[in-house]
Design a binder for this molecule. Structure first.
Ligand code: VGL
Ligand code: ZN
Length: 192
């Protein structure tokens, strides 16, 4: 399966948080997460063939992170640095030259966007990237925040909706509306 995207060297494919903890069996599993892997692998191959950089973000929390329930945060413990849950899904075909971006590494702050406190926006601008194509997990948390910030950073932004899944599938339509209103182009229909 391939989305209908023509990649070029001004594009970057940004794969958000395709980690074990967000897939089935993980600590913060998103239904349908693992099923995205083959489609995302096809996009990675297509981007690479066109000379578009592939970026993979990962949620990368220290132990006792402020977002964890035992610290009063909203989430179960997940994506603790160097644990199996924080690893990329084993079937994700990330090339060696894919650019890894770790986020939310501070004890006392959460960060949903791959652009937040990572320097990614400036890095991509420095490489002449104009369009960012976003997929991954979770649509209503880190994918949403990442796509919105890509727009705010001035990139043309395209969300591959069928290559995302939401923590709360009920809220999916509202998320897509908000993204559209912010100027994010949406490719395909979101899975339900
Ligand atoms: C995420 C919840 C907590 C995500 C990260 O990557 O979507 N969700 N931390
Ligand atoms: Zn997190």
């Amino acid at each position: 399966m391939r989305m209908n995207v023509e990649y070029g060297p001004d594009d970057a494919l940004l794969v958000v948080d395709m980690q074990n903890d967000f897939c089935e069996g993980g600590a913060l599993a998103v239904a349908g997460g693992a099923a995205l892997v083959p489609g995302i692998n096809a996009e990675i191959a297509a981007a690479r063939a066109a000379g578009a950089p592939v970026i993979a973000s990962r949620d990368w929390h220290p132990v006792d992170h402020v977002s964890f329930a035992h610290r009063g945060g909203p989430w179960p413990e997940h994506c603790v640095q160097d644990t199996p849950g924080a690893a990329f899904h084993p079937d994700l075909a990330l090339p060696d030259d894919a650019i890894r971006v770790s986020k939310a590494c501070a004890f006392d702050a959460d960060a949903y966007s791959a652009f937040e406190a990572t320097g990614l926006g400036g890095y991509l601008r420095g490489r002449g990237i104009e369009r960012v194509i976003v997929c991954g997990l979770a649509l209503d948390v880190c994918v949403q925040a990442t796509a919105l910030e890509a727009r705010r950073e001035g990139f043309t932004t395209l969300l591959l909706a069928p290559l995302t899944a939401a923590v709360d599938p009920q809220g999916m339509a509202a998320v897509l509306d908000e993204l559209r209103d912010a100027g994010v182009a949406i490719d395909g229909e979101a899975r339900s």
